[in-house]
Design a protein around this ligand. Sequence first.
Ligand SMILES: [Zn+2]
Length: 151
Amino acid sequence: MNRAAHLARLAVGEPHLVEHRTFWQHCAAGELRFQRCAECATWRHPPGPRCPACHSVNVRWERAPEAAELYSYTVVHHPATPALKDALPYNVAIVAFPAAGSLRLISCVIDARPGELAIGMPLALAWARSADGQALPVFARVSTGRIGKAP
Ligand SMILES: [Zn+2]
C-alpha cells in the first residue's frame, strides 16, 4: 500500500474558524502557508486571530520555510478509527521549521517505516489528498546522500 493511502480515507471537513479556512485554502492551492505576525514577525500555527507574543491582530500568511525537520513523532499501532486499520503501523509526526521559531505542524512522514524515523531528520514537503478532496501537507524524507553509499 502507498504509505499515504490511508489519508485518503479521512475527511478534513469544513473548517469553522475563518483562520483555519484560510490555511486550508492555501493548501488547496498547493501552498503551505502559516500565519506570521505583521508587528513582531512571530510565526504561529494553528492559525488564530491574535499573535500569542504581542497580541496584534495584524497578520501575514507566509510560505513555510523550505527546510523542515522531524521534531518528534509517535508510531500508532492501534488505529484511531477503523478506517486506518490496514495502515498500521503509521506515524504521526511533529514537524519543525528551524527558520520559523517554535512553529510546529502535526503531520506524517509518508515514506518512512517506524524504524527509519529519527528526531532531527530533514524532511521535505509533499502532498496527499483526503477523502473529501482536501490537499494535506505531509512530509517525505530528504536523502542526505549517505544512505547506500560506501563509507
Ligand atoms: Zn506579534
